[in-house]
Design a protein around this ligand. Structure first.
Ligand code: ACO
Length: 378
């Protein structure tokens, strides 16, 4: 038994994994050995999901079969949509999809988690239905009818379509597709750890994913992308940026979208996001928030980079999503739509060689003491 405590389990390996690897000093990320830059440039989210789940890039026929299954499982049970209608419209979509995924588990019994068919069907259902769930909650909270998925559209394009009913242009759909590739997996982060812990109890995959969604929702994890936009809007103009950031640094307050437990260089996904944003501005026009964000990156490079604090994936993603007319509280749900593939790859990997997580603690409470009956307590 160890008595060494590592707060936040920093530097403590909790699984042997073949899924993703990060070189934090060089700012490199690999899924199954492939550089994220190559995957972002040459694959779709569907193809990357296949890679994460199966360990190898699909052949044309394998991808077509996987994609066809995803397309055919996009629809939600009408009772799930009814359930979404009962939730408060002011509630956060992350809470709604956490509840929706947990409820879905009651419609698709998957307690026999070692059964290959159960595993395969659950993986397809969860990846396929999550975008429909997000879009449906978004619609019904505004009093609109949920839009049925279209199986002639790719995963990203169909999600954008289900938000508004308008087919997205090719540039917008491709931009979102790349964002999904970038967010699909990231080794042992908080939500993936949550997925593996819950998976290790042999709970069903819907419970696993709904737990991971809960972990992702926090502002120190997936919730940061929404917080970045709040900060950029609070700053409001390029002229006010320096004073705002200087104040934060002096007060030792955290700047959202910066810093990472593993990266001590700029997150490669932030660089790709930035390029995507610039490309998108060519068709949709520039956003002042981008100018503010770039200025923040410049100022903090001098002040925080020496401590290894650089932009992470969340720094530019909100700007991109808002340019695609997506409202801020859907940014983290989009992260979940992507990361579900990584969570499920880890769930399957965990089950291959499972042992329930039961870590240790350093007890710092009272030594054993006498029980005081109610009458003797003051
Ligand atoms: N702004 C300013 N200072 C920071 C930041 C930041 N964003 N992040 C870390 N620091 C500083 C801390 O104040 C601390 O300084 P100190 O040593 O002088 O006390 C030092 O860097 C270490 O910070 P920790 O919070 O201990 O680092 P940790 O590895 O535990 O946290 C985390 C990593 C949570 C990502 C942190 O950098 C953070 O809170 N960032 C802002 C939130 C954010 O963007 N989260 C998204 C992460 S990526 C993702 O989940 C998709």
């Amino acid at each position: 038994m160890t008595t060494e405590l590592s707060p936040g389990l920093a530097g403590v390996p909790c699984a042997a994994s073949k899924i993703a690897d990060i070189n934090g000093n060089e700012g490199k990320l690999y899924y199954r050995g492939y550089l994220i830059e190559d995957l972002a440039a040459h694959t779709t989210f569907e193809e990357t999901s296949y890679l994460l789940l199966h360990g190898e890039l699909p052949t044309k026929a394998q991808l077509a079969a996987f994609d066809a299954k995803l397309r055919s499982h996009r629809r939600l049970k009408y009772k799930i949509v009814d359930l979404l209608k009962t939730l408060p419209e002011t509630g956060h979509p992350m809470d709604a999809i956490q509840a929706g995924v947990a409820a879905m588990g009651m419609f698709y019994p998957a307690s026999d988690v070692m059964d290959k068919k159960v595993q395969e069907e659950s993986v397809i259902r969860l990846i396929a239905k999550l975008p429909t769930l997000v879009a449906a909650f978004h619609r019904v909270r505004h009093g609109d009818e949920a839009i049925q998925p279209r199986d002639d559209l790719g995963h990203a394009a169909n999600f954008l379509y289900m938000l508004t009913g308008a087919e997205p242009d090719a540039v917008s759909a491709k931009t979102l597709d790349v964002c999904l590739v970038l967010h699909a997996e990231h080794s042992m982060n908080a939500s993936t750890f949550a997925a593996r812990v819950v998976g290790s109890t042999m709970a069903d995959p819907f419970t696993v994913v709904s737990s991971a969604i809960g972990a992702l929702s926090g502002p120190l994890h997936g919730g940061a992308n929404e917080e970045v936009l709040v900060m950029l809007d609070e700053i409001g103009s390029l002229a006010k940026t320096d004073a705002y950031i200087d104040g934060k640094v002096e007060r030792k307050e955290k700047i959202m979208g910066l810093g990472h437990r593993v990266y001590k260089a700029k997150d490669p996904r932030a660089t790709i996001m930035q390029h995507l944003a610039v490309e998108l501005f060519e068709t949709l026009g520039i956003d002042t928030r981008y100018e503010i964000a770039k200025r923040i990156e410049t100022i903090t490079f001098e002040k925080l980079a020496p401590k290894g604090i650089y932009p992470n994936v969340d720094f530019y993603s909100g700007i991109l999503y808002s340019k695609l007319q997506i409202q801020p509280d859907l940014f983290t749900p989009i992260f979940a739509i992507a990361r579900v593939s990584g969570w499920l790859a880890h769930w399957l990997e965990q089950l291959e060689n499972n042992r329930i997580y039961r870590p240790d603690q350093v007890y710092v409470g009272y030594a054993p003491r006498e029980f005081t009956p109610m009458g003797g307590r003051s």
